[in-house]
Design a protein around this ligand. Structure first.
Ligand code: PEP
Ligand code: MN
Length: 347
C-alpha cells in the first residue's frame, strides 16, 4: 500500500509509480477515500527492490507491507478511517436500519409503497425490496425486473435510499442504471468471486454501498472479510458485513443465529456490521429478540424484513416479516440497548 505525502499523487507521479510496479509484474489500484487517496499494489508486493524504489521517491511517505490477508478491510489498514453514510446516518454514529419487504410483488405495487412509507415512519434509513430472488426451489417465484421500477418509485415517494440484491452482471447493470443506492450480495453468492469482482469494478469510484451477506455455510471469518476485500480492491471500500445466520439451524430456527460473531469481526476489520435477524431466525416472532441481541453484541445496524400485511407477502414475507408497528418497537428498544453500550474492560 503506497501512501503519498500529499492527499493524492499528481498524474506525473502516478505514472512514475505505475512504471515501477509494472516492471515488477504488479499494477496499481487507486483507492479513493473521503480525505485521501491511497494506492494498492496488486500482485506480489513483497519484492524489497520494488518497495525501495518507490520509497526512494521524494513524494512518497511510505509503503506499508501488509501481512494481513485483507489489505484494505483490515482494522489496521489506512482505510480504517473510512466512514459509510447512507440515509442520513454515518454508520457507527447511530443505529442504522434497513427495512422493507423480502420481495416486491410486481402485481401489487401499492402494497410496496404502503410498506415503504410505513417503514420510513417506523425509523428505517434504507428501504429494502427484493427485485430478483435467489430461491432454493426453482419453481418458486424468482422475482421480476418490473419490480425495479416499483422500487425506484418507492424511493421517489419516500426519499429513502433503496437496497436490492443482484445475482449476476446483467442485474447489476440494470440496478446501477436505475440508481439503486445499496447493492446486496446474498448469502448464496457471498463467495461468488466473479460476481464480487464485477460488483467491485462496477461500483469503483461511485458512492454505491454494498451489503455483503455472510455465506450460509459457516465459513471462517477471514473468508467473509476477504469477500469484502474483493469489492474494496477494485476501488470502493463502502462494504458492510451482514451476518444472517448459517447452517445448520437449531430445531425451530431457519438458520443458526450468528450475530455473536460481531465482536470478532470488529477485532479484525473496520467494516461496519449490520445484522440480518430475519433470515437468521426466519420467523417473525423471534426477529425482535435476535435484533436486540445483535445490537447488544455491538452491531452498527440491522436489516429487517417488514411488510404492512405479511400474510399477503411473497417470498419470505408471510413467515418472517414483522409489521411496521413491531419494527418501530424493535428500533426503539434497540436504541435503548445502543445507548447502554459501553466497552467493559477485561483484564
Ligand atoms: C433476502 O435478503 O431476501 C435474502 C434472500 O437474503 P439471504 O441472501 O441472506 O438469504
Ligand atoms: Mn428474504
Amino acid at each position: 500500500m503506497i501512501l503519498p505525502k500529499s492527499q493524492r499523487l499528481t498524474p506525473e507521479q502516478l505514472a512514475e509509480v505505475t512504471e515501477i510496479v509494472e516492471s515488477f509484474g504488479c499494477h496499481i489500484q487507486q483507492i479513493v477515500g473521503a480525505v485521501r487517496t491511497i494506492y494498492a499494489i496488486v500482485g506480489d508486493e513483497r519484492d524489497e527492490l520494488m518497495i525501495n524504489r518507490i520509497e526512494g521517491l521524494s513524494y512518497i511517505e511510505r509503503v506499508d507491507k501488509i501481512q494481513s490477508p485483507f489489505k484494505l478491510m483490515d482494522r489496521r489498514s489506512d482505510l480504517s478511517t473510512h466512514r459509510i453514510s447512507l440515509g442520513g446516518v454515518t454508520l457507527g454514529e447511530e443505529l442504522f436500519v434497513i427495512a422493507g419487504q423480502c420481495t416486491i410483488d410486481p402485481k401489487n405495487p401499492d402494497l410496496f409503497y404502503e410498506t415503504a412509507h410505513a417503514v420510513k415512519e417506523a425509523g428505517a434509513h434504507v428501504l429494502r425490496g427484493g427485485v430478483w430472488k435467489p430461491r432454493t426451489n426453482p419453481y418458486s417465484f424468482q422475482g421480476d425486473v418490473k419490480s425495479l421500477e416499483i422500487l425506484m418509485e418507492a424511493h421517489r415517494q419516500t426519499g429513502l435510499p433503496v437496497d436490492a440484491e443482484v445475482m449476476d452482471e446483467h442485474q447489476l447493470k440494470l440496478a446501477l442504471d436505475a440508481g439503486v443506492h445499496m447493492l446486496q450480495v446474498g448469502a448464496r453468492n457471498a463467495l461468488n468471486y466473479s460476481l464480487l469482482r464485477a460488483i467491485g469494478r462496477a461500483v469503483a469510484e461511485r458512492d454505491t454501498v454494498v451489503l455483503l451477506k455472510r455465506s450460509m455455510h459457516m465459513g471462517p471469518l477471514n473468508e467473509f472479510i476477504s469477500a469484502a476485500e474483493y469489492i474494496a480492491a477494485f476501488g470502493n471500500p463502502s462494504v458492510i458485513l451482514c451476518p444472517r445466520g448459517t447452517a445448520p439451524a437449531p430445531d425451530g430456527y431457519r438458520n443458526l443465529p450468528d450475530e455473536s460473531i460481531t465482536p470478532l469481526l470488529k477485532e479484525r476489520t473496520w467494516a461496519p456490521v449490520v445484522v440480518d435477524p430475519s433470515h437468521s431466525v426466519g420467523k417473525a416472532a423471534y426477529v425482535p429478540a435476535c435484533a436486540l441481541a445483535a445490537v447488544a453484541y455491538g452491531a452498527d445496524g440491522l436489516c429487517i424484513e417488514s411488510h404492512v400485511q405479511p400474510s399477503k407477502g411473497m417470498g419470505d414475507d408471510p413467515k418472517q416479516a414483522i409489521t411496521p408497528a413491531q419494527l418501530a418497537e424493535t428500533i426503539s428498544q434497540a436504541k435503548q440497548i445502543w445507548a447502554l453500550r459501553r466497552p467493559v474492560k477485561v483484564a
